[in-house]
Design a binder for this molecule. Sequence first.
Ligand SMILES: NC(=O)C1=CN([C@@H]2O[C@H](COP(=O)(O)OP(=O)(O)OC[C@H]3O[C@@H](n4cnc5c(N)ncnc54)[C@H](O)[C@@H]3O)[C@@H](O)[C@H]2O)C=CC1
Ligand SMILES: O=C(O)[C@@H]1CCC=N1
Length: 266
Amino acid sequence: MTTAIIGAGVMGETLLSGLVRAGRRVDNLLVGEKRPERAQELEERYGVSVVSNVEAARKADTVALVVKPQDMAAVLEEIAPELRPGQLLVSLAAGITTSFIESHVPEGVAVVRVMPNTPALVDEGMAAISPGSHCDEAHLAEAESLMASTGRVLRIPEKQQDAVTAISGSGPAYIFFVVESMIEAGVHLGLPRATATELVVQTLVGSARMLRETGTHPAVLREQVTSPAGTTAAALRELEIHRVRAAFLAAMEAARDRSRALAEGS
Ligand SMILES: NC(=O)C1=CN([C@@H]2O[C@H](COP(=O)(O)OP(=O)(O)OC[C@H]3O[C@@H](n4cnc5c(N)ncnc54)[C@H](O)[C@@H]3O)[C@@H](O)[C@H]2O)C=CC1
Ligand SMILES: O=C(O)[C@@H]1CCC=N1
């Protein structure tokens, strides 16, 4: 089975590196990438063949589309003449619907929409997948196995994809923003930057493992840290005064709305 990745930027390389780590032979992988210097970098780093999009589409059983949503129509128009019924297109682009892709390719080409995230780079990715209308169980299983090489995979109805994009697709950026803010706060409180960074990163990793390994509700875990009239209660009161919970809700609604707008080409 040959897999092609068209668009090898941040997310395309994340997928490529995951497939290589998972033991996929590079002679079963092809890459289509517009920027020549980037193509050369990937050939040197992975020993993978970078070919034209047309050749990638002709030779591959599965084609992963990892270009920006705004570039999707042009790529589909370019590769459509090479595509055949039964072939699988896996789109990782935010906002782009399976019906949009199906309307640009020959009848019978199977389409799966995926929302991945960058922790896939360390095999801790979260991907949500949804089938298009010509997609059978084998196609969905193939997309699932592609994404399982870099983390967890959830099957979801496509109508949930914009919300998923707002939560787990963009999610790592919110976490990194919180981490950055806590490190800066540590520096303001007089800690050396390296000390603040180690404290925050280990606190994040430890808290994440507690959530996963205990299965306890986050509110309960938070209460366990919050001593009566203690330091944590003082800090949490400030977060509530500054409406941080409401800000998270507004931020994720904005991301969901942006994902919907990308579907309309804006
Ligand atoms: N970066 C992230 O955290 C996530 C990104 N995505 C989705 O992944 C897709 C790619 O995003 P990034 O990797 O962040 O963007 P990027 O800009 O890093 O990568 C896009 C790549 O596509 C290439 N490209 C553009 N037009 C092309 C064409 N006609 N033929 C071949 N290659 C072409 C560009 O040269 C670039 O290397 C987007 O649709 C985005 O919505 C989804 C989830 C998370
Ligand atoms: O910001 C974006 O549009 C992409 C999709 C999800 C994460 N990054």
